[in-house]
Design a protein around this ligand. Structure first.
Ligand code: SF4
Length: 349
């Protein structure tokens, strides 16, 4: 099989043709490309801390953090520097190499950016890599966060351009692309993906992946979320996506963005182990824990560890210049109120 070429000129027809391959053929191709670029048995393990939860003015139809939907989420203000730092220190002590923070904002005010920059700088001072998801950013806000030491910024496209208006009415697709441009221009790495199972067609799933792959740079991380249906949101009750269609989406993402980390994010807790195993084979190599990572006895965490053992997977390790080795684990406790959709501005990317 010819070596995968990094491309940014995918047509919709080409991407749709990949989706339409016989399942085994698609899996074979995706896994072959995966092996060219990644250790097939290593999985990056991440979680993130919700530093500001709920009360969002946007109307994203999947999101329990939108203030307009009655979902039982209690809004919480931005955490203090000290409170975040305490969590970051615990993460470092537990072996984390990167610390990710999410806030449910449409876009932060400049005064919010000043506070987050202070938090980022303090976390960075611990020797941790930093990432954040705060909503739309202006060019100057992106530059301020970069100057404070922010390494990664998460901002998802959510879905295909032509389906976006079915899901969100309070901002435009172009706003998302503009934020990504500001983040890249400021010199930060991007984490960008979307959500499937929102009632979109296969062609629209292809449209999401085509748009991601045709960005000027492939995002370093590509979270592929499956809709978590939350009572009280407009998308509750949407027909569930066939799990094999989700696996196909992972496989096509791997084929289009060979060198990126493809992340199983929201919705993983609803997948059975066999589907997750297929996703890993198709090219997924990053996961988010849905609950507290470092709390022993947590059922979700124990189940994940057991799955890793059964599949002979191991956490991706990072070797630092001083030869310190960390498992690539992002400390966290995703607040129970977090969106869980990986919206790019909410608390789960
Ligand atoms: S997905 Fe993000 S922008 Fe949309 S309502 Fe939720 S927190 Fe707000």
């Amino acid at each position: 099989m010819a070596e995968a070429v990094i491309r940014h000129d995918w047509t919709r027809d080409e991407v749709s043709a990949l989706f339409a391959l016989p399942f085994n053929e698609l899996m074979y191709r995706a896994h072959s490309v995966h092996r060219e670029h990644h250790d097939p048995n290593a999985v990056q393990v991440s979680t993130l801390l919700s530093i500001k939860t709920g009360g969002c003015p946007e109307d994203c139809a999947y999101c329990p953090q939108a203030a307009r939907y009655d979902t039982g989420v209690q809004a919480q203000k931005l955490m203090s520097v000290d409170a975040v730092l305490e969590r970051a220190k615990a993460a470092k002590a537990a072996g984390a190499s990167r610390f990710c923070m999410g806030a449910a904002w449409r876009s932060p005010k400049d005064r919010d950016v000043v506070k987050v920059a202070e938090i980022v700088s303090a976390v960075k001072g611990l020797g941790l890599e930093t990432c954040a998801t705060l909503g739309m950013l202006s060019d100057t806000q992106a530059q301020s966060l970069k100057a404070a030491g922010l390494d990664y910024y998460n901002h998802n496209l959510d879905t295909a351009p032509e389906f976006y208006g079915e899901v969100i009415h309070t901002r435009q697709y172009q706003d998302r692309l503009d934020t990504l441009e500001h983040v890249r221009a400021a010199g930060m790495k991007t984490c960008c993906g979307g959500i499937v199972g929102m009632g979109e067609s296969r062609d629209q799933r292809a449209g999401l992946l085509q748009t991601l792959a045709n960005l000027p740079e492939h995002p370093q991380s590509v979270p592929i979320n499956q809709l978590v249906q939350v009572e009280g949101t407009p998308l509750a009750g949407t027909e569930a996506l066939d799990p094999f269609e989700f696996v196909r989406t992972i496989a096509v993402a791997r084929l289009l963005m060979p060198a990126s980390m493809v992340r199983l994010s929201a919705g993983r807790q609803q997948m059975d182990d066999a589907v997750q195993a297929l996703c890993f084979f198709a090219g997924a190599n990053s996961i988010f824990y849905g609950e507290k990572l470092l709390t022993t006895g947590n059922p979700d965490v124990e189940q994940d560890r057991a799955l890793f053992r059964r599949l002979d997977l191991h956490p991706l390790e990072i070797v630092e210049a001083d030869n310190t080795v960390h498992a690539d684990i992002l400390e966290n406790e995703t607040a129970s109120a977090s969106c869980g959709q990986g919206c790019g501005c909410s608390a789960a990317a």
